[in-house]
Ligand binder design. Structure first.
Ligand code: FES
Length: 207
């Protein structure tokens, strides 16, 4: 074989240089798209930011929360499109969830029994009502399946793996690690319950 063909066509320095250029090009082509794709997850988990604006949404009236059971209310929040960076042409979508509401231990407060729909409550009465009602996410704390009220056994159950919660949302059986998440909520003086897309502790799987 001729001698020049036996020689290494690249010097060690050239080889290292080409390797470094190749690595830089690889990073340039993969890192920005990876950050773009993961942007919503990074915002939510690292910066604790949400695509849902800070708005209050009505879910229903306290007069619709029955005695002895947890009842479901649908609630829809506006939601920025996931990869929309904002600005005048920003589009707004929506996100619909289900909140479960129940009176503590299922007992309607006397304050409510004495009134009927259309009544108004004073500020101190509203505070009392807020202390006596549960406003919970219906997302199971195990893996997020929608829980529901079981009227036979008087408990909240999860159809996926058998999680069980009390009417107050406390975990009493099955794999869920803790009780149901609770919405940040308020009751208006006309008895309407409003929630924010925010929870007292932790964040449901649905987010
Ligand atoms: S998702 Fe509810 S028990 Fe597993």
């Amino acid at each position: 074989m001729p001698e020049e063909l036996q020689k290494d066509p690249l010097t060690r320095g050239q080889f290292l240089y080409m390797g470094a250029v190749g690595t830089m090009m690889g990073l340039a082509l993969t890192v920005p798209p990876a950050f773009f794709i993961m942007d919503p997850a990074l915002k939510a988990t690292i910066f604790n930011r949400s695509d849902i604006p800070h708005v209050w949404r009505e879910i229903g009236s306290i007069f619709e929360v029955p005695s002895g059971e947890a009842t479901a209310f649908r609630v829809t929040f506006p939601q920025k499109q996931t990869y929309d960076s904002g600005g005048p042409n920003s589009r707004v979508g929506s996100l619909t969830e289900t909140a479960l509401a129940s009176w503590h231990d299922g007992k309607i407060p006397d304050l409510v029994k004495k009134r009927s729909e259309g009544a108004t409550f004073s500020k101190s009465e509203v505070r009392t009502l807020e202390k006596n009602i549960n406003v919970m996410s219906n997302a199971c704390t195990h893996m997020g399946c929608p829980v529901r009220w079981d009227s036979v056994h008087h408990q909240i159950v999860c159809p996926c793996h058998g999680g069980i919660y009390t009417i107050n949302g406390m975990h009493v059986g099955g794999p869920p690690p803790h009780g149901l998440w609770r919405y940040v909520f308020r009751i208006r003086e006309d008895g309407i319950i409003e929630v924010r897309h925010k929870w007292v502790q932790g964040t449901p799987w649905i987010v």
